[in-house]
Design a protein. Structure first.
Length: 424
């Protein structure tokens, strides 16, 4: 009990010194804790995204080389999509369609990405068109539900147009559009008007968005340029099985599978940043140990109560133990505050960076669910030695403190004996 009582008295007696030391330790621990948690958080996201990307398989048919598709056959796609090992899928086609609609103007300049041509007295324009399977179409429009007027275009000969295109042509929901290619006029109804984000890959601000079923009925009017199918499997182990099933499908015999490293370039830059963060963590950790050593030496060197308590007859063991307990209480309090603050600070530090990574992945595959791991940095294996860096840091600080206190007390006792013998 005497050790606890003296530790409490020491805390009260040296509160000004402890306030300064505590603030310094708080800054050091906050930096170390925050960097560790940032590293764990980023590593968790990287691992999760890497695993997801490894299960995504893409197939592309370049129709500029193979010729215009004669049929929009969804049968084989639906068979693959319904396989037990397929988590989700999307079937995207891109092309152009002839219509009399006016291209939206941007920055007071008319869009010139697609050429215009004349058919008799009417001037028609090629507008971009995107074809999606119904599931992907619904998912895309659901994400823009707050900016969607009308309904999902489930029926044939219905489409979605952007608010930009609707405004440029004074169109509204349920209006009828006429498309025309080689004299073939066909009608298509506007089922909905949507506001698309300009940073999305699938953002037909200057064209039409339709289902593959509608594309089948408009096949004479659509000049298709490219078709891409994407599957996300339940496991990377299922890729071989998927490839074997894909080869059996007649509809995909002209499709070329994109290498599994399709997202590795972007994820590699993510990994490089994580490694840079790790190097910064190690440097900060080492510098922190050096600074803590210097601060403890300077702080304990100016402690006057060691000499006074020794002269009052306090044994060396009690003097060291009470002083050590005094500083352990201080360190535990500061460490708890630093740990709590670092948890929130690390999320704030990494939020914008990780959101950018998520957006980049969604640009690659906008209809895939590139979500954050639900448990954050907690999903990192607890066996990772980085997880123990803050605890090791605190342990080393306490060890340095113990050694410094013993040296200082020994020095005080030595000075006391010298003065005693000098007086005699």
């Amino acid at each position: 009990m005497i050790i606890i009582r003296h530790a409490w008295l020491n805390l009260k007696r040296n509160r000004n010194s402890h306030l300064k030391t505590g603030c310094f330790m708080l800054v050091i621990l906050l930096v170390v804790y925050s960097l560790v948690q940032c590293y764990q958080l980023a590593t968790a996201y990287y691992t999760d995204y890497q695993e997801q990307a490894a299960t995504v398989v893409k197939g592309v048919q370049d129709l500029n080389q193979t010729g215009q598709a004669k049929e929009f056959n969804l049968t084989d796609y639906e068979k693959l999509k319904n396989q037990a090992y397929v988590k989700q899928a999307q079937f995207v086609g891109e092309g152009v369609i002839a219509t009399s609609l006016v291209q939206p103007k941007e920055n007071n300049q008319e869009e010139t990405a697609f050429s215009s041509f004349s058919t008799g007295e009417n001037k028609a324009t090629f507008l971009p068109i995107i074809l999606l399977d119904k599931g992907s179409l619904k998912k895309l429009l659901t994400r823009n539900e707050k900016d969607l007027q009308g309904t999902i275009p489930d029926e044939k000969n219905t489409c979605v147009i952007s608010d930009v295109l609707a405004k440029a042509n004074h169109l509204k929901v349920n209006d009828i559009l006429t498309v025309d290619t080689k004299g073939q006029k066909q009608k298509i109804k506007i089922a909905s008007i949507a506001k698309f984000s300009t940073d999305e890959w699938l953002s037909p601000n200057n064209g039409l968005l339709i289902s593959w079923e509608t594309g089948e009925s408009l096949k004479k009017s659509v000049v298709q340029t490219i078709s891409k199918v994407t599957f996300q499997l339940t496991s990377k182990k299922e890729i071989v099985r998927f490839k074997n099933d894909l080869k059996k499908m007649e509809s995909f015999k002209d499709y070329v599978l994109i290498s599994q490293s399709w997202a590795q370039g972007m994820l590699q830059s993510f990994k490089d940043t994580i490694e840079l963060l790790f190097n910064g963590l190690i440097v900060t950790w080492i510098i922190g140990i050096v600074l803590v050593t210097i601060v403890w030496q300077q702080t304990l060197r100016h402690r006057q109560d060691f000499y006074s308590l020794h002269l009052m007859g306090m044994p060396r063991q009690t003097l060291v133990s009470s002083s050590l307990l005094e500083h352990i209480v201080l360190m535990l309090g500061v460490g708890a505050i630093a740990g709590f603050a670092a948890q929130h600070l690390s999320r704030w530090m990494t939020s914008e960076w990780l959101l950018k990574i998520q957006k980049d992945l969604m640009k690659q595959d906008p209809l895939m669910d590139w979500l954050f791991p639900p448990n954050g940095y907690g999903s990192v294996s607890t066996n990772s030695w980085v997880h123990y860096l803050p605890k090791v840091f605190l342990g080393i600080c306490l060890l340095i403190l113990l050694v410094t206190i013993n040296l200082q007390v020994a020095k005080v006792i030595q000075i006391s004996y010298r003065r005693k013998y000098a007086n005699e």
